[in-house]
Structure formats: structure tokens, C-alpha cells
Design a protein. Sequence first.
Length: 308
Amino acid sequence: MSSVLYDVPGPRAVIRNRILGVITVLVVLAVLGWVLWRFWVTGQFSAEKWYAFTFTRIWEQFGLATLRTLAAFAVASVGAIILGFVLAIGRLSDHAWVRLPITGVTEVFRAIPVLIFMILLYYGLPVIGIKMSSYWAVVIALIAYNGSVLAEVIRAGVESLPRGQKEAGYAIGLRKAGVMRLVLMPQAIRAMMPVIIAQLVVTLKDTALGFIITYPELLYFARLLGSNAVLGSPLIPAALVAGTIYVVLCLALSYVAYTVEKRLRRSPGTSGVAGAGMGPGVGNAPTTDTELIAAQKGIGKFDPGSTA
């Protein structure tokens, strides 16, 4: 089946794409090899530089730092999702006195860099007599920024749905809250799930900014270990270990997202919601992009008078 988004590449385009792919892989491998060679030449792989990692205590501290990173990420991700839904619903409100202030708050939160937000919370609030721990400064800053970004993602997902989806919900007697909760939001979340998970990965990596305000997370400990002259100042080895842990965490999060997305696609409840107002074929909800587009076009032609 040909794609509805772009033409299938011809034989020459396929060959050209393969050649570009091979060249890209070779360039990346060459750069990686050069970096590893420079590490080797400068003694970054010597036993002296890796001596610190022979101690169990060092790995225990890496584990604790990783747990602190996950602790900040867990609370920040849940808070960002909740805030994102609240701001998105506010931005979709028909009442200007609700929509305009929420829009202003969302834009302000998106405009302030996360690091500046953390610094303001940790170093700025004590000036007015409010003292906040580095943990909560990291978490609140991540919630504010990522929640505002997720709000725009969710809003865009809802507004990208065909108008017929909303009209079909109203036609079967649902109020606006019901249409939003049962018809629009499930489809928007399902469509925007890759973007939502990508933003959560950004949230996980942004916890590393906490080392600026002395939050003892993974990067903070790696920097502390790398500057320890007694252990040979293993800055590069510590950075490599910390970077590997970040990669593993991000891959694990991506796998969880992939699993959730697969279950959402197979979930009968989601299919039924997506098929709300589709008439007799509600049990056979669309499972592919092409079927979804066709179904949405059918809903767009829905005649409210036919329910009489």
C-alpha cells in the first residue's frame, strides 16, 4: 500500500538513499574512532584513570546518584503531565477569562529556561525569606517548563482532529466535558504519544542541570569524582560512566513508551472511544493511519439529522 503522505521512492532514489546512509554511518564511525583514539593517546583508558572504579563505594555512590536522578524525574514527569493537561484544557476553553490568563502562564513558563528557573527558585527565593531545597527547585522548574510544553502538544493534538469528531460527540448527546474526555483527548493522546514521551526523555536529561544548584544527582557526582585529585582526577572516565547510565535510562524510557503505545493501539477501550459516533461500525474502529483518515472523513460528513 502506498503512503498517503509521500510518494514511494523509485529505484534511483532508493539507491541514492542507501549510498547516503552508508556514507553517514562511515562518517559517524570515523568520528567515533578518532575520539576513542584521542582518549587512548591522552591516557584516558589507563589503569590510573580507572583506578577509582575498583572501589565498591564508588559504584554505590553512582547508584545513589542515579536514584536521586530518578526521584526528581519521577515527580517532575507526573507533575508535568498533570500540569500539561490542566493548561491544555484551559487553553481550549471557550471562556476568554479562562483561556487568556492560562495562555499567558503557558507562554511565560515556556519562555524561561529551565536552568534560570532553578536558579531563581534556589538562590532567589531566600532573598524574600523563602528557603527551598535543591530537590524541589529542580522538580518545580522541570514541572513548570515541561508542563507548559506538554500543554501545547496536547492542545495541538486536540485541534488537529477533524471537526466532525466533536460534532459527532455533540450529536449523540455528550456535553463539552464528555466530548473532550471521551472523544477528543483519547485520540489526541494516542496521536501525540511519541511527542509526549520525547518530552519526558528531555525531562530526564534536564535533571542533570540540578548539579548547578548542588543537587546531588548523577552528573553532580560524576563531576565531583572527576575532580578528585587523590583518585587521579578521572573526569573523562566518570563522564563516560555517567553518560552510559543516562543512555540506558533513556533507552529504558523509550522502551516503556513503545510498549505503552502498542497497548494503546491494541486496547479495545481506546478503539471504542476513537470510534465514538461512527455509527454501526464502532466495533471495527480504525487500526491503521489510512483507515483512521477514512473514518475521520466519514465523521466529517456525519448528518445530525440522521439520528432522528
